[in-house]
Design a protein around this ligand. Structure first.
Ligand code: ATP
Length: 370
């Protein structure tokens, strides 16, 4: 076994040019993707992008129209769901309301004909895993939402699948509980040593839990990368915009050197930036930069500070941990900037309509050509 970030690692689950059509609608479009053993992998995308369909094909509830899905090198086509070493946990949890917690967890094991003593031992182990030993005799309606979620989880890992698929696993929980449960899921995944594939439309959830994220749009994968790469080095406008807040400084590459690109905006403002990839002189690009990478000040920065633009504070919002500024530049463009309030003691206080200057380092964002 080699973990996903080991160069020796070999793909465990492979989607190979997978297409899924429903009538004349293409839900998944010629998609290829590798997932590694014991990886916590997230499929992230807006409603309708095809992420659930992808998961359902892996589970065997749907077959691809074309292309292949391999698990440990084996083509899964034609293998019914119950014979795949894969289990799926649904958002609704699908617990049996008339059965106790332990009966719910035991259900699949019984169906498989596991001996009674083994079932009891496995159920006890699962109850311990999700810390529900005290609740074994309760029915689902006597549990909180978080506890029901843990029963569903215990039930779906009781049969020791190799891969656990989770479709919006925390969607029914409130924000606080969801955040706590994200960390529990990560711990559990580590403890069990299973491969988790989770579908979510919640970027924070994907960023928190996943080793790698596939960002999906219209049945295709736009980028597969670690949470940090997705945020710091998006490869397209779509991904930059989908994950977190971003400013797109649009312009034309006026000059190009090996390390830097000079970009001229519509109003003639020039910025000099790095991370320009293969953006050639003359091409239309956007410099994508996160709000926290832009510095706002009430005085013009010292001579020599790169990428300075003048404007005024158009809007500002105090959010507790940070303050968000909307700075309207002289060309009318509004740039979002943010600063941690823990740093504010030493910073100047800005308010509405104040004159302000923004500045940013050449490597504070990435140049995007698509
Ligand atoms: P959501 O988060 O809303 O579940 P999703 O990204 O998971 O969205 P899918 O459920 O994979 O999206 O659906 C992708 C597209 O395929 C949607 O437009 C959906 O309407 C369509 N679709 C899914 N299943 C079927 C089906 N059985 N018959 C027809 N169209 C379907």
């Amino acid at each position: 076994f080699a973990p996903w970030n080991d160069p020796e690692a070999r793909p465990y689950i492979v989607f190979e040019n997978v297409t899924k059509r429903f009538g004349d609608f293409t839900a998944v479009n010629d998609l290829s993707l590798d997932i590694y053993e014991r990886e916590f992998f997230a499929l992230l995308g807006a409603s309708g992008c095809g992420k659930s369909t992808l998961l359902r094909m892996l589970a065997g509830f749907e077959e691809p129209t074309s292309g292949r899905i391999l698990l440990e090198g084996q083509d899964l086509r034609g293998i019914p769901p119950y014979r795949r070493p894969v289990n799926m946990m649904f958002q609704s949890y699908a617990l049996f309301p008339h059965m106790t917690v332990e009966a719910n967890i035991a259900f699949g094991l019984k169906q498989d004909g596991m001996p009674k003593a083994d079932i009891e031992a496995r159920v006890a182990e699962m109850l311990k895993l999700v810390r529900l030993e005290q609740f074994a005799r309760r029915k689902p309606h006597q549990l909180s939402g978080g506890q029901r979620q843990r029963v569903a989880l215990a039930r779906s890992v009781a049969k020791r699948p190799k891969v656990l698929l989770l479709d919006e696993p925390l969607g029914a929980l409130d924000k606080k509980l969801r955040e706590a449960t994200q960390f529990e899921l990560m711990d559990l995944q580590q403890e069990l040593g299973l491969t988790f594939v989770v579908v979510t439309h919640d970027q924070e959830e994907a960023m928190t839990m996943a080793d790698r994220i596939a960002i999906m749009d219209k049945g295709q994968v736009m980028q597969v990368a670690t949470p940090a790469e997705v945020y710091e080095a998006p490869t397209s406008r779509f991904v930059a915009d989908f994950v977190g807040n971003v400013n797109m400084l649009e312009g034309t590459v006026a000059e190009r050197s090996e390390k830097t690109a000079t970009i001229t905006g519509a109003s003639g403002a020039r910025i000099v930036v790095e991370n320009a990839g293969d953006a050639a002189a003359g091409s239309e690009v956007a410099f994508a930069i996160r709000p926290e990478k832009i510095k706002v000040s009430s005085r013009p920065p010292a001579a020599g500070v790169p990428n300075v633009m003048e404007g005024e504070i158009w809007d500002l919002a105090y959010l507790g941990d940070m303050t968000v500024y909307h700075v309207k530049l002289s060309d009318g463009q509004v740039v979002k900037a943010s600063a941690l309030n823990s740093a504010r003691i030493t910073e100047d206080q800005l308010s509405w309509n104040d004159k302000a200057w923004i500045s940013f380092a050449p490597d504070a964002g990435v140049v995007l050509t698509r």
